[in-house]
Design a protein around this ligand. Structure first.
Ligand code: NAI
Ligand code: 15L
Length: 279
């Protein structure tokens, strides 16, 4: 499937003044830089990796290391909402995760509190529940079972989001993204896949639905064999348009996965067997 073009926004569609997108140089950030543009007068894009402003757009580039509290404070000043994607997105040594993800998410919420930002969309991950079996069906209320340091950091991020809502009224939608790539890369992703178009719609709903408190939602397209249930997030009105079925023949042409392989057992797949590092 090709990357969809940016959704059109009608003149009456809700729109923010300045929207901050962290992690803008990453795989999803590159897509969302285009597709979120209609939702704000100014899109402030940020990453630790250098970015070039997109010509002819109302885009501001603000480089920032999320582990630097003062820099994050300056990054968030003047923004109306935040889509927080920045950080380490795979399993890595704890010290790396600590800086970018754990300190990073705390710095983002502290800055949101200080600058009066009232809405955050947090890129959580299916790896907060990665140790459930693929035979299990989960809703958003299940006990989290993180499958590594990365999953732990996303679990911490969800707790930070809940705390900042309870204490300071900052609303968040934590999206437990499954696998958001142009197409599913393996059999596991036939269940976890989230198209870029559905991701964009889900973020749009997460930014503009009133009264979300702290909502946890699974980020998945309308795949045939789903492991997750989004009933508790029905108020977002998210209805996925895509599904992994169109890729089935291509994916099933891959060599079979052994039944003992974590990719065939756990929802978190290979992440459940990575690390520790440096022993
Ligand atoms: P990515 O790894 O391509 O992008 C992450 C970006 O964060 C990179 O551009 C990186 O330079 C930046 N970053 C890392 N450390 C930083 C720091 N200290 N300060 C500032 N920026 C830093 O990841 P991707 O796939 O674009 O994912 C985006 C977000 O969504 C991540 O938070 C990831 O954990 C989450 N997610 C993505 C999934 C997917 O299937 N793509 C699935 C589940 C969650
Ligand atoms: C994630 O959380 C990762 O960021 C992404 O790279 C994928 O590995 C995805 O989960 C997945 O589980 O497929």
């Amino acid at each position: 499937m090709s990357v969809p073009s940016a959704p059109s926004s009608s003149p009456t569609a809700p729109r923010l003044g300045r929207l901050l997108l962290t992690g803008a140089a990453g795989g999803l950030g590159k897509v969302l830089r285009d597709s979120l543009r209609p939702f704000a007068d100014v899109l402030r894009v940020s990453d630790i990796t250098p970015l070039t402003p997109a010509a002819g757009t109302h885009e501001e580039v603000v480089p920032c290391d999320l582990s630097d509290k003062q820099a994050v404070d300056a990054l968030v000043a003047g923004c109306d909402a935040i889509v927080h994607l920045g950080g380490v997105s795979v399993e890595r040594p704890f010290e790396e995760i600590l800086e970018a993800n754990i300190k990073g998410v705390f710095h983002v919420y502290e800055a949101a509190r200080r600058h009066g930002v009232k809405r955050v969309v947090f890129a959580s991950s299916n790896h907060v529940i990665g140790f459930y079996k693929q035979t299990e069906h989960l809703d958003a209320g299940v006990k989290r079972r993180p499958d590594g340091y990365y999953g732990l950091s996303k679990s911490f991020g969800e707790d930070v989001a809940q705390f900042y809502f309870d204490r300071w009224g900052i609303e968040t939608v934590s999206i437990r993204i499954g696998s958001s790539f142009p197409e599913p890369l393996n059999r596991r992703m036939m269940s976890t896949w989230l198209s870029f178009r559905d991701l964009t719609t889900l973020i749009q709903k997460s930014l503009f639905t009133p009264g979300v408190g702290h909502t946890v939602v699974y980020g998945m397209s309308a795949n045939r064999d789903l492991w997750w249930d989004n009933e508790a997030a029905a108020h977002l009105g998210f209805v996925p348009q895509d599904g992994s079925e169109v890729f089935r023949a291509k994916v099933e042409a891959q060599p079979p996965v052994a039944p003992t392989d974590p990719n065939a057992i756990y929802q978190g797949g290979a992440f459940t067997a990575q690390g520790p590092f440096g022993d």
